[in-house]
Design a binder for this molecule. Sequence first.
Ligand SMILES: [Zn+2]
Length: 275
Amino acid sequence: MPLQFAVAGAPHGTPGSGGTVRGLQYAHSLGISAMELEWVQSVPKNPERMSEVRSTAESLGMTLTVHAPYFVNLNADDPGKLSASVRRILDALSMAQLCGAVSVCVHPAFYLEKDPAIALENVRKATDEIMEHKSRLFPDVNLGYETMGKPTQFGTLEEVLIISREFGIYPTVDPAHMHARSNGAWNTTEEWHAMFDLYAEYLGTSSLRKMHIHYSGIAYSMKGEKHHVPLEESDARWRDFLSVLKDRRIGGVVVCESPLLESDTLLLQEAFTAL
Ligand SMILES: [Zn+2]
């Protein structure tokens, strides 16, 4: 799949009462070919709505990805919280299957002061449980654990690559989160090449042709991510990032998580096309 730039949810300019179907139509009219469905507060429950989204996306030739709910911790001690987390992820994956999305971004866990190795083991166990349902509930959807923006969150690049390789899945790589988590690193051509080198080392060179990437400007401190900001108001060397995407022949979807939604998505897409 050639690289596509996705808007993170229905565009700001979506006419009428908004919603996913109108959002897809409006994004398409702007020349945008992909959208991430932002199920970050809750997962939709209605299968008929999902088939409506699916047929709209298919007729417009739009690629879909999903962002799963934030309320997830696969490293929770409380068995109730853990099973609710697994349930939310399974719900998101199942509904993503129904609407034809290719990959679901999931924030895997918080360390909760535990040793990262223990957190990794807990995420591994929960992933095993989730993947038992793959063939029945989400045969065509990827479980994409995200690289996370705060040092208190499970989700270094290595951590999500270790889990992804074990389960035959691929992560959601967010270089803005990596930049924030490290308080300023991961913002140069050399570092992004190293990022893709490590990715290919774990998942194989052909895995670079079908990625789930998030990108935006970001505000951060010693404690990592504060919030996403527009590309032009940030320190992101986003034009250099686009050149690396081009040089490495990266394929898949780059979701633009800027608060400006469609205008920054188009900024990235147009600058990429002009390269
Ligand atoms: Zn996310």
